[in-house]
Design a protein around this ligand. Sequence first.
Ligand code: ADP
Ligand code: MG
Length: 232
Amino acid sequence: EGARLVIETVLAERRNVLTEMESKTLLAAFHIPVTRTLLARSAHEAMMIGTQMGFPVVLKIDSPDVAHKSDVGGVALDVHNGSNARDAYTDMVQRVARLQPGARINGVTVQPMVRARRGREINIGVVTDDPFGPVITFGAGGTMIELINDRAMELPPLNQFLARRLIDRSRVAEVLGEWRGAPAVRREALEQILLRVSEMVCALPQLREMDINPVIVDERGAVAVDARIVIH
Ligand code: ADP
Ligand code: MG
């Protein structure tokens, strides 16, 4: 129900691209684990939210006009205390306004910093392909995703067998086992996310594109720290 309300509101505003917060709300509605993400509209609010969540936190620009936040200096990782949060807010809003003049800025989102010591960054997505309709993708994630170009694909609906096979067909599968001294990741957590993405695709015909990039996974579990959904 939360998912439907988000979609209705976004379409009523004649938008197609959901913000990170809206996208994560949709994911949470389908029980996909996400980092709790709240919007600060001032430097003072960023400080208060960070204090309530507990440091370290991550600050990110919240703008319907910014697709790749780190490209415009719109991501501040590992913010350690209230005065850093306040400064990071002010610096970020100024930087983004300078690098992308005219971008509408709602404020800055605040979320806990995920401290997975040897976490692997995964991209789980949905693309809509002309003859097939929505296709589910799995591969390496992070900000250098375009360079890595690792995208295994499978048509929904997925079952556990298909989800496992999709993971196995990606190149990033190689680093999901024991890797450079880091323990093997909880692959079941990734399978679970894939099954829930499959449910989303089947339940929401409006969903056209989705990028959960990255999902951070380690031996304890997996969590989505960024997401971008396009609807129609
Ligand atoms: P972009 O819009 O540039 O894709 P992201 O939200 O994906 O911005 O952030 C860029 C990078 O910062 C991610 O690939 C990830 O490595 C790191 N990151 C983002 N959010 C968190 C978080 N909550 N905890 C830890 N690392 C994060
Ligand atoms: Mg991202």
